[in-house]
Design a protein around this ligand. Structure first.
Ligand code: BDR
Ligand code: CA
Length: 316
């Protein structure tokens, strides 16, 4: 019998919410995680790569981890997001000495080789700046034919979180985002409008603390720190758990309502640089719609998906 699981590559910058996205994906029976690639974002490239390796080692996830770009494809990257994710980029949990080794391939080469070698289409799941994905598309445009969808966290049709106009992942490498949104393959955008509905309050952490698995423990250790920084930095009791919405959508698309629209990335370098200009009311009749933009989250279903997937790990 053929393997019907949907093949995915997660391109990320862990990051507390990136870590949860990896957790949801790695054991889910509907998904086949082919590998994890890293990109500078929440922290330096070295730190986020170390974090990805630590997550895999802790959860016994046996997939290649490949290091990618440490800067934007055109501009220097903005400062890292230390206030929310801490000095390591993944503060909170304590990890054992690292023994899992980095795959020697560059992330861009890994993406190109893996997609080209696959006998079925591959879905790319970027949860950080889009530098690696854009470079892979430019390096080998033939991958486009084999990309099923690009399901990403980034952007906003309303307000930004790093400037009034822009969300962090898109702002951090707007030119790369431009490449991705104009590549011709279907893009599903989990923007801030959606992820601000995925609020991880202490009650959620309490609920997940009853899941006695390695992933349950890691979730709780991560979210204790995350809730603490949300309170300290923004004065909020809980914060948006952005990145796992991508994987929740792949596991059960009915938990997220999307709207097809044309999205254009602002790369003008002005005050709206990095904004995802989403044509919510379909005013641009001259251009084809290039994205499905997430608008509404079924919050109960989302946390059920998180809980169900944390349960799939080894008991502690
Ligand atoms: C995005 O930026 C990062 O801080 C998070 O991991 C998420 O991918 C939200 O703007
Ligand atoms: Ca991220």
């Amino acid at each position: 019998m053929s393997d019907q699981r949907r093949k995915i590559i997660i391109d990320c910058d862990p990051g507390h919410d990136d870590a949860v996205a990896i957790m949801l994906a790695a054991r889910n029976p509907k998904l086949e995680l082919l590998g994890i690639t890293t990109v500078r974002g929440n922290q330096t490239l070295e730190k986020v790569t170390r974090n990805a390796l630590n997550i895999c080692q802790y959860l016994n996830i046996d997939v290649p981890v490949c290091k990618g770009l440490g800067e934007g494809i055109v501009r220097m990257s903005p400062p890292v997001e230390e206030r929310v994710h801490g000095d390591s980029g993944l503060d909170g949990p304590v990890f054992a000495p690292l023994t899992k080794e980095l795959d020697p391939r560059h992330a861009v080469d890994f993406i190109v080789e893996t997609v080209m070698a696959s006998d079925t289409p591959v879905t790319l799941v970027p949860t950080g700046p889009l530098s690696n994905i854009a470079m892979a598309i430019k390096k080998e445009p033939k991958i486009l034919e084999k990309i099923e969808e690009i399901v990403l966290m980034g952007g906003a049709y309303q307000h930004g979180n790093v400037t009034p106009a822009a969300e962090f992942n898109i702002y951090a490498d707007a030119e790369a985002a431009y490449v991705v949104f104009t590549c011709g393959r279907p893009v599903v955008m989990m923007g801030l409008d959606l992820t601000r509905q995925a609020l991880c309050y202490p009650e959620v952490v309490e609920r997940m603390s009853k899941v006695k698995t390695t992933a349950g423990k890691l979730f709780v250790d991560l979210m204790h720190f995350f809730c603490m920084t949300q309170k300290r930095v923004f004065g909020w009791a809980g914060g948006p758990l952005h990145d796992p919405t991508t994987i929740a959508y792949l596991i059960d698309p009915s938990c997220i309502e999307t709207k097809e629209m044309y999205t254009e990335i602002d790369i003008t370098g002005g005050p709206s640089h990095g904004r995802t200009n989403c044509d919510y009311f379909n005013l641009r009749t001259d251009v084809p719609k290039n994205s499905k933009v997430a608008v509404k989250l079924d919050v109960d279903k989302f946390w059920d998906i998180v809980e169900d997937n944390l349960k799939l790990y080894d008991a502690i």
